[in-house]
Design a protein around this ligand. Sequence first.
Ligand code: ADP
Ligand code: ADP
Length: 224
Amino acid sequence: MADLNLILLGPPGAGKGTQAAQLTNEFGIPHISTGDILRAALANETTLGKEAKRYMDAGELVPDEVIIGVVLERIAEDDARDGFLLDGFPRTVAQADALGGELAQLDRRLTAALLIDVPDDIVVKRISGRRTNPRTGRIYHVDFDPPKQEGICDEDGTELIQRDDDKEETVRTRLTVYHEQTAPLIDYYDERGLLCHFDGTASPREVHAHIRSTLATLKLEDEL
Ligand code: ADP
Ligand code: ADP
């Protein structure tokens, strides 16, 4: 069976991480989130974390040369041999070109770019209510997906936090950055026949069902 090499596209707060958590279990591929990788590097005060901090705090993108190498190394690891779900990468045309080049070198190709689209006003509501388990990355929302006990993760009892860059002012910058630098990737992947579009305003369950059925069809086509 062919490998399943996927990327998730969409504005901050679209629900990429929420969907990725379920999909990777079902399809048996690793969830590679560049945001999670960078936040872990920050917490561990590694060289990568120190380089990335000021950009993340400001809501801007970490420079391409800092992030590209990290991702290309990660997708070459053993657990990504049968595929991967990239979340938060690529975010620029240079990153998309680097990914495509590396996959070609490995004699692999991208299966699909999954775009989860939501308008800006919904993004702001979602991000302002987002709470995260800093240990596992599990995502909640104070209104749309609250934990059983306020502020505490259902799974391991860790106290939930609000990310520093989820403040409204930083969110506005992140949205501008998305429209300027990342949204051009929608046409980029559409031109290559790889784009699958999903309405991210539906409930998490509905979005999940749509993505799942699209992936099932893609896998089937591949096997025929
Ligand atoms: P969200 O999906 O909510 O926008 P992420 O967790 O994906 O947030 O990213 C948080 C921050 O990490 C970004 O604002 C950016 O500073 C940095 N970052 C993550 N992925 C990349 C990337 N591929 N290129 C550059 N910067 C990135
Ligand atoms: P992204 O990874 O794209 O930045 P997240 O998956 O972290 O987005 O979701 C952002 C916030 O919105 C979280 O608090 C999450 O619980 C909530 N959320 C995710 N998907 C939906 C949805 N379909 N409807 C309502 N809220 C959602």
